[in-house]
Unconditional design. Structure first.
Length: 293
C-alpha cells in the first residue's frame, strides 16, 4: 500500500556515516556546516570495532568541530556497513544520510558497489553524497535538479529550492530530459508520421505545463530559476549538464526500486551520476510513492 509521505525537508535529523579515513575531518567540517544551515540534530555512525584510542580520537574531533552538543549522538556498531547505517538511520528516524563518495571506481568495484553507492540505492530517506568534502567552506552557487515527468519530481524540486535558499545559491537549473526511447515508442505506434509528430508535441506540451505548475506553486524567492529541455538518455543528460555548467549540487529523484546488477550493466537513470560524480549529489527520497511488497 502507499505509505504516508514523510517530508524530506527540513532535515531535522541527519545521519552522518564516518570512518577513520583521511577524509574524516573534512566530513565532520561539512557536518557542522549542514547543522548550521538546517538546524537538525546529527547522528554520527561508525561501523567497526571500537577501541579506546579510536573512541578518544573521535570524541576529540567532535569537540574540535563543535559537534559534541547534547542533541548530537555517536553510535558505534559492527556488521555490514550499508545494512547497519540504514538500520540505524531508520531507527533514529533520520531525514538525511550524509556520506563521502569516491569520484570514480574501477569496473570491478563499481559492479560490486561501494558503501556510498549502496546507500543511495537502498536508503529509505534522502542521501547526500559529498564528492570532495573539505574543511574549508565552499559556496553553493549553482544547483541542477531533475524535472522529469514523475510523481516524485515535485518533492525533489521543492527540496532543491529549499536547499538553494538555505545556502544562498544563485541559480537553479531545472532539467527536463526528453527520453529518446519514449519518443521513438510514440513514433512506432500504428499512426502516420503527422499523427506521431502531433502526439510528440502533445507529450512535450503536457510535461512543460506540469513543470510550470510545480514551479508556480513553489516559493522560489529571489532565486534565479531556469528550465531547460534536453534530449538524450535520462540520467546521462542531466549529469553531463551539471558537469559542463560547473554545478555545485545535483539533485535527483530516488530510484523507484532497489537497483541490481542489471541496472548497472544497463544503467538506471541515477547510475550515470553514481558512476562519475560531477559534483555533490542529493538524492531525494519521498516515501509517499513507495510501495510495500
Amino acid at each position: 500500500m502507499i505509505q504516508e509521505k514523510k517530508s524530506p525537508f527540513p532535515f531535522k535529523k541527519i545521519a552522518v556515516a564516518i570512518g577513520f579515513t583521511p577524509r574524516i575531518e573534512a566530513v565532520l567540517a561539512e557536518s557542522y556546516r549542514l547543522q548550521q544551515l538546517f538546524g537538525g540534530d546529527l547522528i554520527f555512525i561508525h561501523i567497526g570495532e571500537k577501541s579506546l584510542q579510536q573512541e578518544q580520537y573521535l570524541k576529540h574531533l567532535l569537540h574540535r568541530f563543535e559537534l559534541d552538543g547534547p542533541n548530537n549522538k555517536l553510535i558505534w556498531e559492527q556488521g555490514d556497513p550499508v545494512d547497519q547505517i540504514i538500520a540505524i538511520s531508520e531507527s533514529e528516524n533520520a531525514d538525511l544520510i550524509v556520506a563521502g563518495a569516491l569520484v570514480k571506481e574501477n569496473v570491478l568495484k563499481y559492479i560490486l558497489g561501494g558503501i556510498a553507492r549502496n546507500l543511495c540505492r537502498k536508503a529509505k530517506c534522502s542521501v547526500l553524497m559529498l564528492r570532495e568534502p573539505d574543511i574549508i567552506s565552499k559556496p553553493i552557487k549553482h544547483i541542477v535538479v531533475e524535472g522529469s515527468d514523475h510523481p516524485k519530481t515535485e518533492t525533489t524540486i521543492e527540496t532543491a529550492i529549499y536547499v538553494a535558499k538555505a545556502t544562498h545559491a544563485e541559480h537553479v537549473y531545472v532539467i527536463q530530459e526528453e527520453d529518446a526511447g519514449k519518443m521513438a515508442l510514440i513514433r512506432s505506434e500504428s499512426i502516420n508520421s503527422n499523427e506521431s509528430e502531433t502526439r510528440k508535441e502533445q507529450v512535450v506540451s503536457e510535461e512543460v505545463t506540469r513543470l510550470n505548475e510545480i514551479l508556480a506553486c513553489t516559493d522560489c524567492g529571489t532565486l534565479q530559476v531556469t528550465t531547460e529541455r534536453l534530449e538524450g538518455k535520462p540520467g546521462y543528460v542531466i549529469t553531463k549538464f551539471a558537469r559542463e555548467h560547473h554545478a555545485d549540487l545535483l539533485v535527483l529523484n530516488s530510484p523507484d526500486t532497489k537497483l541490481n546488477i542489471i541496472d548497472r550493466v544497463f544503467p538506471h537513470d541515477i547510475e550515470f551520476a553514481l558512476a562519475d560524480l560531477p559534483c555533490d549529489l542529493l538524492i531525494v527520497h519521498s516515501s509517499k510513492f513507495e510501495l510495500e511488497n
